[in-house]
Every structure is written in C-alpha cells, then in structure tokens.
Design a protein around this ligand. Structure first.
Ligand code: ZN
Length: 332
C-alpha cells in the first residue's frame, strides 16, 4: 500500500511536470501569445502582440478615382448557394439545400438582369463547390468581361476550424477547381468566415492574391499589416451593415431571423453611400443571390443603384479594378 502510494505520488509529480510542459507549450503561440492563460493574466506586451497579428496599415485612399469620379462603388455578390449551409452553418437537409439552390436558380439571374439594366460591373465571390454544383454559372459570367470572379473557399468551410496545413491544402484544392472553371487564377480573396486564422495571410500571399476583403478596420482601402509589417495585401474592407445576410436572412441554426422592410435597408445603404460620396471614398456592398435575389429586395437594390447614378460622379468598378487603382496610386 505504502509502496503503491509512493509510486503514485512519484507518478503524480511526473504527470504534473508533463502537464505543465504541455500547458506552457500550448500557452505560447507562434509569437508567445498565451492561449490558455486568462486574458487578465496576460502582460501588456502579450496583448499588444496579439492585437497586432492582423491590423490596418497605411491608408491607401487614392488622390483621385478614375474618370474624375468623386466616389468608387464596388458591388459584390457571394454566390454561396448550398455550400454556405453544408459547409458553414452545418445543416444538410433538403430545405436548406433548396434555399441555396434558389440563389443559383432564381436569385442569380435577377442579379444579372439588374446589373445589365444599369450597365455596371460587379465582383462575384464563388466557392469552388458552387462551380461544381451549378456549372452554368461561371460560363454565364465569363461572357461579360466587366465581371470579376474571385475566390471564396472550397465548400464555404470555416477556416477557424482548420489547422494551417488543412487550410493550405483545402485552398489548393479549391484553386484547382476554380482554375478549371474560370481558366485563370483569382486575384481577390474573401474568407468564408470574414475572419482570418494565424496562417491565412501567409497562405494567401503564397497563392499570389492581390487583395483581401474580410476585415473591418476602415471603410477606405488600406494596407493589411501583420505584426507591424506590411503584408503587401490590399485590404478592401467589408462591414456587416453593408451585407444583406444579417439584414435580411433567416437562419434557424444560428437563431438569426431578420425579415426587414426594404425601406429600412434602403435608408441604411443610401446614407452609407451618401456619406461615402461626401467624403470621396469607397462604398462596397456584399450581397448573396439567395438573399438579395428575392423580389422585394431586388427592387430595393434597383432603387439604390438608381439613387447612386442620380447623384453622379460615381465610378462603378469591380474589386479588382479598385485594388489595382489603389495599388498604382500608392506607387506599390
Ligand atoms: Zn460566403
């Protein structure tokens, strides 16, 4: 008994040492950022280091926009279809699949019709699996050189659940499918989570992207910095109030139910645009054909584009055109 007790004490000490070593290793991230220690026990340096992982660098607002325009407007549509439900919301029943299908079958043609009516460009962020599930979408977009097709995951998986190696391998797999359908590499990257892992910037840079569009430090374009250093990636910032999903979408898995009056959303987006116009900056919207493509909402978007055109001095451009212009003006 005593011997056994003594053994278990020794074993306990060894175990405690091993556990401490593991906890200490877990606690120190790449840059020594503690992950297991409560935030109130972090040092100021550790907190600063953590915040500095991804931050806004210099403002990349150009001196002027093309054609003497006062404001740049760049509309994007994330054709997430079924992948957003199976990949991100993790619901896989036929009802959710049909909602994704609505985006490809009904919403997307309405979006195309509206863009054609106003003769304006747009950027389409498309998960690789949307291209596989709806192979008619990309050829339809390729008929219009004024449209940009950009990168938006494999199956709208949440990158925050992935290891660095998994994230890299999944993006490589997605890129192969993207290139098969589009015939070229994408220049724009949008995270499916509108969030970045510790590895995302490194991977995105390895893959040769021109710009990133998932962060929210500003409304103006800026240099994306990591640990105080410029990454070379141009950030075209997004914002939840400039996204149709939280304003209109019904998502039972996340208990998010928003059936807004179109006039409410129109007034938010109109005022956001009007101030962007006054300040001479950038106005971007993120929309989803399965959300904005419903009848009363597409009418609202029609009204908004008409308002922007009536205001005048607007440069409608793809995200790629904005990023290229900004880069050139900054002498990068
Ligand atoms: Zn998406």
């Amino acid at each position: 008994m005593i011997r056994s007790h003594r053994l278990s004490t020794i074993q306990g000490i060894v175990l405690a040492i091993l556990c401490f070593a593991v906890t200490a290793a877990e606690a120190a991230g790449d840059h020594g950022t503690p992950t297991e220690v409560p935030i109130w026990n972090w040092t100021p340096e550790q907190i600063k280091d953590h915040v500095n992982r991804v931050r806004a660098g210099r403002d990349l607002s150009p001196k002027s926009w093309p054609n003497g325009a006062k404001v740049a407007v760049s509309l994007s549509f994330d054709i997430d279809t079924e992948p957003v439900w199976v990949g991100f919301q993790e619901v896989r029943t036929p009802s959710y699949m049909s909602r994704g299908e609505y985006g490809a079958r009904t919403g997307h043609p309405r979006v195309l019709k509206l863009l054609a009516k106003h003769d304006i460009p747009a950027t389409f962020f498309i998960p690789a699996m949307t291209m596989e599930l709806h192979p008619e979408i990309v050829p339809g977009l390729l008929k219009h050189p004024e449209y940009e097709i950009a990168f938006h995951s494999y199956v709208h998986e949440n990158p925050l659940q992935l290891t660095e190696d998994e994230e890299r391998q999944i993006y490589k797999k997605a890129l192969k499918i993207f290139e098969k359908h589009v015939g070229r590499k994408p220049l724009g990257f949008r995270s499916a989570a509108w969030d970045l892992t510790d590895a995302t910037i490194k991977i995105v840079n390895e893959m040769g992207f021109l710009y990133e569009t998932s962060m929210m430090s500003d409304e103006r374009p800026y240099m994306l910095n990591s640990y105080g250093k410029e990454t070379g990636l141009i950030e075209l910032p997004v914002e939840w109030i400039l996204d149709d999903w939280p304003l209109f979408q019904i998502s039972w898995p996340t208990k998010h139910v928003a059936i807004r009056n179109a006039d409410d959303v129109f007034s938010i987006w109109r005022d956001e645009f009007d101030v962007a116009h006054e300040e001479g900056t950038l106005f971007m919207l993120t929309m989803h054909p399965q959300v904005i493509g419903h009848r009363y909402r597409i009418k609202m978007l029609d009204r908004l584009i008409t308002h922007m055109k009536d205001k005048g001095d607007v440069w409608f451009a793809t995200h790629e055109q904005v990023a290229r212009h900004v880069k050139e003006q900054a002498g990068l």
